[in-house]
Ligand binder design. Sequence first.
Ligand code: GDP
Length: 459
Amino acid sequence: MSDTIAAISTAMGEAGIGIVRMSGKESINIANRLFKGKKVDRLDENHNRRLVYGHIVDPKNDQLIDEVLIAYMKEPYTYTRENMVEIYCHGGIISVRKILDLTLENGARLAEPGEFTKRAFLNGRLDLAQSEAVIDLIRAKTDKSYEVSLGQLEGNLSKKIKEIREILLGMIAHIEASIDFPDEDIEEVTYEELEESANRVYQEIERLLETADRGKILRDGLNTVILGKPNVGKSSLLNAILRENRAIVTDIPGTTRDIIEEYVNIDGIPLKIIDTAGIRTTEDVVEKIGVDRAREMVDRADLIIAVFDASNDLTEEDYHIIDIVKDKRSIVLLNKTDLPNKFDEGTLKSLIPNRDIIVTSILKGIGIDQLEDAIKDMFYKGDLQVESDILVTNVRHKNQLIKAKKNIEDGINGIRSNMPLDCIEVDIKDCWDNLGEISGDTVGEDILDRIFSDFCIGK
Ligand code: GDP
C-alpha cells in the first residue's frame, strides 16, 4: 500500500466540476509539482482540510491546464486513512483526464477499481460489509435500497454479525478452558449451556437469512419477465408500467434485438422488467436467439407476468406459456377485454389453478393498478414489519450465512449427542470463521480482490 494512487472520481461527461483524487504518502508532493496557488506557494500541514484556490500547470512546459480548488487531507482522518488530495477542476472529459495524466507522470499510479475503499478497509476504517455497502449505495435504485445500503454502511449488519460472533467466542473460550484445565477450579461448561448458546446463534443466523430474498430483490431488482405470444399486448403493458412509474435506469443492450430491459420503481420495489419477443415455435435463426434467451430469462426470473388475449382462442403458444408459468411465481393477465370475448377463462383457470387472473384492457388503461397491487402484495407478503430491520442484500453474505448455519447445526447435533468437546469446538470455530468473512475479520486476499474489482474506478 505504499504506492500513491490516483483516479477520476466523478462520472465522465459534461458537468460543472470534475474531481481527481489521490491517496498515499506522496499525494501532497505530487500535488505540489502541479499546483500553483494564487496566494499559496506550496501546500503543507497548514492547509490540512482547507480549500486552496489556484491553477494546475504542466511542470514539463509550464502550460496552464485548468483553474482549480485543491484540498489536502492529512492522515489518518480521511476516507482511506492515508494522506489524500482532491483536485476540483472543470467537468467534462479533457480537464480531468489531463490532470489525472499529470498526477500519473509525477509519481502516482492509476487506482484499480475500488482501491480507495479497499485501502479504507485494509486500514481499518470500514469493515468488509461496510465497504460493500459503499458500492450498493452508489448503485441504489430506489429510496428503500438506498436506506438499506446506508444502514449497512453505518454498520448495522456488521454489528449484528459481531454480536453473534461474541456468543460463539464465549462458547469457544468456555470449551477451551474446560479442555485445557480440566482439574482446576473453574466452572466447567455444561452441554446445556452450550446448547442454549448454539440455539441462540442458530436463531440469529436464521433471522438474517430470512431477509435475504427481499434484500436481494431490493438491491438487484425483482427480475420480471413479461411473457405472451406475439400481439397480446406485452409492449403496451411495458409502456403503461413505464408511464405510470418512475423509470429508474433505461438499459437497452445494443445487441439483443428481442429483449429490452427496463427498471421501474413500484412503491419502492425495484422492478427489472425484461420484455421478451415471446415464446414462439419458429425456425428463424434470429428469432431463435430470442427464444433461447427468453427461456434463460424465464429460468432466472423472480416473477413472470403472463399475458393472454381474451379476444382470441387459446393457441398452442398459449399452452406453451401456461406450461412455463404453472410452476413459477407468476401473475396472469387476461388482456384485450374491451374486445368481444372469445377466450375460455375457465380453461385457463383450470390449467393454472390457485392463481388470480387479472382482467385488463391495457389499451384503455384498465387493470394496471390491480397488477401493481398484486406485485406489491407478493413482495411485502405480510412481513412489512421487517421494514426497518437489517436486511441481507448481498449474495456473498447470504452464502456465508448458509455455511455458518450448517456449522452451527452440526455443532448442535454434536452437543445433543454428547460428542467430545474438541469435536464440537471445530464446528463452533468454523461458524465463527464463516461469519467473520462477512465483516472481513477472517478473509483471504482472493475474496478481497473479487469484491473490490466490482467497484467503479475512483471509489
Ligand atoms: P406484443 O407483440 O405482445 O408486444 O403486443 P403489442 O403491445 O405490440 O400490442 C399488439 C397490438 O394490440 C397493438 O396494436 C396494441 O395497441 C393492441 N393492444 C394491446 N392491448 C390492447 C387491449 O387491451 N385492447 C385492444 N383492443 N388492443 C390492445
